[in-house]
Design a protein around this ligand. Structure first.
Ligand SMILES: *[C@@H]1O[C@H](CO)[C@@H](O)[C@H](O)[C@H]1NC(C)=O
Ligand SMILES: *[C@@H]1O[C@H](CO)[C@@H](O)[C@H](O)[C@H]1NC(C)=O
Ligand SMILES: *[C@@H]1O[C@H](CO)[C@@H](O)[C@H](O)[C@H]1NC(C)=O
Length: 366
């Protein structure tokens, strides 16, 4: 074993003998990762294209092609942002469809796929290529499209059991930190634009309507005719003791930036979404209030009014911050897809496993 490893390593280092070296080089890399120079990973997994070192025509990283961008062109971004923001640099991220036949992975945004699938690639899929199903909407707001059920290799969604899961994870640190609660001049706030009951918002509207009869809720956003600019998002949220993190629809793992925003900025989220134990898989039990912790909206309101007067009790909602850190997400309206796409790029650069995804919508609605 050791002799074959050193021989394949030699091939890697010399960058020659691709045809004969391919098999062993490939095996070697799959089992170690760090020891070979990174530029050989790509040619090793795609033996048909021998690579001469630093040839611009073929990037030395896996290619991830964005075939269908999310929403409109306003959401396109410069791939260099993956490096700048998340230190992700492992793939060649492109939307140049000429690279289709060479692409290691192709990303499709679910909403952008036409119902008759006519905007999918019409040429055969290369055998090494993985198709990624990208969707950030909840199942309530995902229209199944016939023909996609068994077409993809990887899923990119908020779900934890996706191949690539897009979440805002909290980080644990060994060194205790003091957290300073921001200045507050409001009790309860809510930023809300989507009030379309067709998207599942009925539950949260009903709860809000009841809650507001017991406690004043400062509403911002389209619903209140008080839209916040991107710059006002965090300062306004920070000025509220509590924030209504009400998801538009209720599904396992579906906790969005509405939850991460207040957690990261020093405001206590009041969550309406999946059950408490699901939230506690991602955030400390004493970092948020769940609407189901109380028998009624009135009881919740009473609790909030008590906390408003009891500083020590309010501060206890921040004790977790000593050892856990929440990272603010970018609150710019057209930047919500940058992190997921960068994460997909990172995944593609680290994973070579064969994978098929079946019964896509059955899984997603489960
Ligand atoms: C890159 O590859 C192309 C063909 O694949 C070749 O024509 C060109 O000379 C190469 N450039 C360098 C700098 O090696
Ligand atoms: C949390 O961890 C992630 C990755 O593990 C890292 O990208 C991020 O910068 C960390 N955030 C903080 C505030 O340390
Ligand atoms: C990707 O999934 C498709 C559909 O299930 C399958 O035919 C193909 O072999 C898979 N390819 C890879 C590289 O995983």
């Amino acid at each position: 074993m050791s002799t074959s490893i050193s021989r394949s390593q030699q091939f890697c280092l010399l960058g020659t003998g691709w045809i004969t070296g391919f098999c062993m080089c490939f095996l070697y890399i799959r089992h170690t990762t760090k020891d070979c120079p990174p530029q050989i990973v790509h040619p090793c997994s795609v033996p048909a294209k021998p690579l001469s070192v630093s040839n611009d025509t073929l990037p030395d990283k896996p290619i991830m092609l964005v075939w269908v961008w999310p929403e409109t062109d306003d959401y396109k971004f410069d791939p260099v942002k993956c490096k700048e923001r998340y230190n992700i640099d492992g793939c060649h991220l492109t939307d140049n469809r000429d690279l289709y036949s060479q692409a290691d992975a192709v990303l499709f945004y679910h909403k952008g796929i036409k119902k008759d699938l006519s905007n999918l690639p019409q040429t055969p899929r290369p055998p090494f290529q993985k198709w990624i199903w990208f969707n950030l909407e909840s199942p309530t707001n995902t229209r199944p499209k016939s023909g996609l059920e068994n077409l993809f290799n990887l899923t990119l969604t908020y779900r934890r059991d996706s191949d690539i899961s897009v979440r805002y994870y909290l980080n644990v640190s060994k060194i205790p930190k003091e957290f300073e609660i921001p200045e507050k001049d409001k009790l309860v706030c809510w930023f809300v634009s989507n009030t379309n009951p067709g998207t599942g918002t009925g539950t949260r509207m009903k709860f809000y309507e009841e809650l507001r009869t017991y406690v004043n809720v400062n509403v911002f956003g389209k619903m209140a005719g008080k839209r916040l600019t991107d710059e006002e998002y965090y300062p306004t949220m920070a000025s509220c003791k509590f924030y209504l993190s009400f998801e538009n629809s209720i599904h396992r793992d579906y906790m969005t930036e509405k939850f991460n925003g207040p957690l990261s900025i020093g405001t206590v989220p009041i969550v309406l979404g999946p059950p408490r134990d699901n939230y506690e898989q991602f955030a400390p039990h004493n970092s948020f209030i769940h609407v189901a912790d109380f028998p009624s909206a009135s009881a919740l309101a009473q609790h909030l009014l008590v906390l408003d007067k009891d500083d020590a009790a309010y501060r206890r909602y921040f004790e977790w911050r000593k050892y856990v850190t929440a990272t603010p997400h970018y609150a710019v309206w057209n930047e919500e897809f940058i992190l997921p796409i960068c994460r997909a790029c990172d995944y593609v650069s680290r994973h070579n496993e064969y994978k098929e995804t079946h019964d896509l919508f059955k899984w997603y609605s489960s």
